[in-house]
Ligand binder design. Structure first.
Ligand SMILES: Cc1cc2nc3c(=O)[nH]c(=O)nc-3n(C[C@H](O)[C@H](O)[C@H](O)COP(=O)(O)OP(=O)(O)OC[C@H]3O[C@@H](n4cnc5c(N)ncnc54)[C@H](O)[C@@H]3O)c2cc1C
Length: 488
């Protein structure tokens, strides 16, 4: 069996694991990172940027919130059903973490918001390849990886950790499987778990959140996120937290039909369920968490965005909502795009010459859709939506054939929660005792949102991962510096 020794062992090289690795190496520790994938970065490669509160960027722009305000927003949003000390520790560190990342070579552009009622806390990363956008954060992951290696961190790729080694109450190492399929034993004085949750494990998703992947949930599945760290921590005596999906909404496999069409189907058109009934104010569609929540409550967790040819024409001139992620000002040629999608066999976009035909194609109850369209058109004519008070300027009647529908389901960036930690990221037992030498960071331990992702402060999950990674490293460094006699 291959054996190695380190001061701090980090289980995974994603956003939280790499932040922990760099911080631990800066603190003088010998660090080894075990990474299951063929590259580092994990989900951290996918996004646009982390949250930062009171960074120099937000302060220069006089952007709110302050740390105190962010904490209040966060705790009111979650109804204080989450660990306030952990939230506070994370938010307070987040501005400094932006500066720390800059000191390592990460560049940010002006902070952004995700939708109009959210705060501009999202620090968009300037990628090596050009403008900010999806996967810009891969540049940050590469920089963290390079800095870690320069400081002597050993990163073992395709070497998944399989078990934690505990002696008495204390964590002293891990067992992993190396690239040759051999068991490797690493001994250390502290272990930090950061395996990114269970977003690639449909069984765990079903068991712990109730969603049925591929039926009523079409979430991102980042390969390898199978709940390994959560399972290993539980086996080592960690307490469990509430577990959830980081819920949003979308059309299944939407990127196969292109981001332009995706944006066209996120405008504030008429939204109905399978009964043909409206169920939310469509003006809040850009808050993808709230929309995901509302869709998850409908029959078969499914909804349809309905619009007509006049709306199609308007969208070819201008979108109501412009997205930071895919900043198209309008759709080029909707009919051509929808035609291409259909040629590809895309199943979630529909066209029909009458509302009745649209019902039969989509499976929406015909009487329900007919009545809803009539009522909605009356609201548009009178300029007041007496059901949900949708803003007047988004009230456009549905009456000019052909008619279009896009089918939505809940989606998710990944999972949330599993391992109970405190504000020092120490892993706790059911008795709220810290397991000596064991820390957890990032998604595996992210149970600070209560029932809904706190999207009003965007950049939150990557922010939590990077900040708890740093916090874990700092506390692990302090722990390993404790005189040996105190270890008995
Ligand atoms: C499309 C998309 C866009 C996103 N955009 C943003 C954004 O702009 N801002 C934001 O805040 N959040 C964003 N997120 C979410 C954010 O990227 C994640 O919350 C964050 O990366 C979580 O960090 P983590 O370290 O916990 O997990 P990850 O970054 O996923 O890292 C987990 C790592 O663990 C490894 N691993 C798993 N099991 C083992 C094992 N047994 N042994 C060793 N290694 C193992 C995996 O291979 C992976 O590398 C986005 C997510 C997606 C899907």
């Amino acid at each position: 069996m291959n054996k190695l020794e380190a001061d701090i062992i980090i289980v995974a090289g994603g956003a939280a694991g790499l932040a922990a690795a760099v911080a631990a190496a800066q603190g003088g520790a010998r660090v080894v990172v075990f990474e299951k994938g063929a590259t580092t970065g994990g989900t951290g490669n996918m996004g646009m940027g982390p949250l930062g509160i009171e960074s120099r960027h937000t302060r220069l722009k006089q952007f709110k919130p302050t740390r105190d305000e962010a904490f209040e927003v966060f705790m009111n949003y979650t109804h204080w059903r989450v660990d306030a000390r952990l939230v506070r520790a994370y938010l307070n560190k987040s501005g400094d973490t932006i500066h720390w990342l800059e000191s390592l070579g990460v560049e940010f552009v002006e902070p952004a918001s995700y939708f109009s009622s959210a705060y501009p806390t999202w620090h968009l990363i300037k990628p090596a390849t050009g403008k900010p956008g999806p996967m810009a954060s891969a540049t940050m992951m590469k920089i963290l990886t390079d800095r870690a290696k320069e400081m002597g961190v050993r990163i073992l790729l395709q070497t998944p950790v399989q078990k934690l080694i505990k002696e008495g109450q204390r964590l002293v190492g891990v067992l992993a499987e190396d690239q040759a399929g051999e068991t490797m034993e690493a001994r250390g004085r502290a272990v930090i778990i950061a395996t990114g949750g269970f977003g690639d494990n449909p069984q765990m998703i079903k068991k712990h959140t109730g969603y049925d992947f591929g039926r009523d949930l079409y979430s991102f599945r980042i390969p390898g996120l199978e709940g390994d760290g959560i399972r290993m921590a539980w086996e080592a005596g960690a307490a469990r937290t509430e577990m959830a999906m980081e819920l949003i909404y979308g059309m299944p496999e939407v990127m196969t039909i292109g981001p332009e069409l995706h944006e066209a189907c996120r405008q504030p058109h008429l939204l109905v369920n399978l009964l043909g009934e409206r169920f939310m104010n469509e003006a809040i569609l850009p808050n993808t968490t709230f929309t995901g929540n509302a869709i998850a409550l409908q029959k078969d967790r499914c909804a349809f965005l309905i619009f007509d040819d006049a709306i199609r024409e308007a969208m070819e001139k201008d979108f109501d909502f412009l997205s930071v992620v895919f900043p198209f000002p309008r759709i080029g040629d909707f009919r051509e795009s929808i035609g291409k999608a259909r040629e590809q066999g895309y199943q979630h976009l529909f066209t029909a010459d009458t509302i009745a035909e649209l019902s039969s194609r989509t499976g929406i109850a015909p009487g329900g859709l007919r009545d809803t369209v009539a009522a909605y058109n009356r609201s548009c004519a009178q300029g007041y939506d007496d059901l949900f008070n949708k803003e007047h300027r988004y009230l456009r009647p549905v009456k000019t054939a052909p008619f279009y529908a896009a089918r939505f389901f809940p989606s998710a960036y990944g999972s949330l929660g599993g391992i109970k930690i405190n504000y020092k990221t120490e892993v706790l037992t059911k008795d709220w005792e810290a397991i000596p030498g064991l820390y957890a960071a990032g998604t595996d331990a992210c149970s600070i949102y209560g029932d809904s992702y706190v999207f009003v402060l965007p950049g939150n999950t990557m922010g939590f991962a990077l900040n708890t990674g740093r916090i874990a490293a700092e506390n692990a460094l302090e722990y390993i510096r404790t005189p040996k006699s105190d270890f008995s």
